[in-house]
Every structure is written in C-alpha cells, then in structure tokens.
Design a protein around this ligand. Sequence first.
Ligand SMILES: *Cc1c(COP(=O)(O)O)cnc(C)c1O
Length: 371
Amino acid sequence: MKVPFFDYEEIYKTDYPVYKDSLDSVLRRADFILRDDLRDFELHLARYMNAKFCIGVGNGTDAIWLALKAAGIDKGDEVILPSHTYVATADAVWAVGATPVLVDIENDHLISPSAIEEAITERTRAVIPVNLNGKAARLDLIGEIADKKDLVVIEDNAQGLGAKLNGKSAGTFGLGASLSFYPAKILGCLGDGGGVVTNDDDFAEAIRLLRSHGRDSENLVVSWGFNSRLDNLQAAVLDAKLKTLDQDIEKRRKIAEVYFQELSEVDELVLPQHNEGDYDHFDSYQNYEIEAKNRDELKMYLSEKGIGTIIQWGGKAVHEFGLHGVVTRDLTNTTRIVSRMLLLPMNQYMPLEHAIYVSEIIKDFYSSKSL
Ligand SMILES: *Cc1c(COP(=O)(O)O)cnc(C)c1O
C-alpha cells in the first residue's frame, strides 16, 4: 500500500468536478480582477466564520503583513509570535520594519500565554498567535493579556480555518486574522491566495485600500497602497470548494479519531489531544502533528513502507534559521518539540484504511525496536 503525504494529482481529479463550471463561467466572462466572484466568496467566507468581513489578498503571508501595516505597526515596534511557525509569520513582521520577538509554545504546540506576558516590553505593540495545525491558540487568555497592555492581536490563521474555541471561530478573536489558500491548506486554490478577516469597519477599509493601490470604490487614489489581490478566478474556485468545507473537516476529524484510537497506547508517541484542560476546542486538523521518539528513524521506516510524512519547516523553528534582527526568549519547549515532531498523512482525500495502515506500521516500528 502507498500512502503519499499529499497527492496533488489525486486532489485535482477529486476536486475538478466541484469547480469546473465556476472556472468555465469566469473564463467565458473574462472576469479576472476584483469582480463579483471575489465579492461573493468574501461574503460567503466571512459568513462561514461568523465574521463581518473577509478581504481576499495575494497570499497568506501578504495577509499578515497587510494586517500589521493596517494596524499601524511600524519600525521600532516589537511584535510577539511563536518560534514554532512558518517563517512567513516572522517575514511579515520584518516587512513592516518591526522586530519579531520569538516566544515559546506549550505542550499543545501553540504559543504560550504566559510566555507572551513575560516578553512584553514598553516597545511591544502587537501579538501574533498562530492557530497551528487546525487548532485555536488560547485566544481568550491572549486577548485579556493584550487588552491589559493595549496590544493589537493579529491572528495567523493560515492553518486555523474551521477551528473553534468555545464555539467561536479561530480568526475572529483579534483585530484581524490571516487566511491562506495555498493548495495544501484545508481550503486550497490553484496557486497562491489569501485573505484577511476582521470585524472592524475601519480596519477592513484600510486592508481594501492597501491591497489595491490605495484606490477607493470610485477608483480614486486616496492613500498609499500595494497590489495584493486574490484573483477572481481563484475566488470562484474557492467559493465552489467552500460548500464542502464542513464535510472535509468532518473527514479530517474521523482520520484523527482513527489515529487516536490506534496510537494512544504507544508510549513512544505524544498525540495531539482533542482538548487540553478546561476549555472547549473544535479542531479542524489542518495537520496531525505528533511527537515521536527516534523520529528520524521512524520517518525513514515509514518511507520504506510507502508512507509519506513531513517535518514542518524542515525541523527548524524560526529562531534556528539565524535570521538577522530577531529577539528570542526562553524556547525550551520549542527546541524539544521541533526535534521530535512529525506530520502523519492527514487530508480529506485519504481513505480511513490508510490511517489504519499508517498506525500499524508505526506500531511495528516500535515493537521491533523494543525486541
Ligand atoms: C501557509 C502558512 C502561511 C503563509 O501562507 P502563504 O499563502 O503560503 O503565503 C503563514 N503561516 C502559516 C502558519 C502557514 O502555515
């Protein structure tokens, strides 16, 4: 049996019928930039998250830096973020000229609220919690900390679409949040795409101006801006795929359930928990990130058995890239976890039998090691 980590050709075959008509319709109308398909998708996605606005932008990285820019984050400001994230989160801070301050994560692999508190200085202006692996960070606590210190919260929600905390969508807790529609994301398009989500009218208007040369609805230039728009064609594809998103998330949660049933007795592993402590998480499982003893050997063993796995960010946290100008705090958990973490195959396209097979091979690996 072969279980690829992500099979782009299979995804194309499965999804093409879903968006074929939308694609043809856009092409026939030649509606390419800032057209109705984009406005419809923005409306539908905002509604899906129970947010007021979604503004389509070029990609998920642009979404974060445009949000920081719209929030007025500038040179000399410090922005707190977890070191266990895609370098994109830190890139966005660098892009507005601010200083990335990298802090630790907790056992759930998400930014630690107490580490945020300890990292605040008189120059801190913003916090970027990252809703990693389809799980909401402790956005309630982080919001309280931020309010007390008058900090802006911008969520990196590139991996958090569909996740909820206490019934509220990840991506609707801060002033703004990013979304990524990179093909491997839970809601992926046919290339690059992203969005900014917000409940704030002025912030939404600022993002709309920034994404298209500072032009208002009459096409008059009223401020500085850039060009970072979600293509109308991509929006049409995404709008069609959005209709099955809840179904896709249910499928991912079923796969997670299989992994949990099959692997929770394996002492050499730490699995993602449905809930940690006293709060209510609904996870969308963008990724299934485990911690594994003898991680690299396990990865090799799985690969020999035809199973694809991935180590996020090449096994390096942001503080390990040696980038210029970052500030680092205590990163004990991060350093330990990134040396042990591994993503098992997880997507809505894979049959449940694949998850059972993967689990069996993992159990084989550890029982052969204990002989
Ligand atoms: C994918 C991702 C991004 C960036 O999104 P792009 O659309 O590729 O620019 C940012 N942060 C995290 C955590 C991501 O996983």
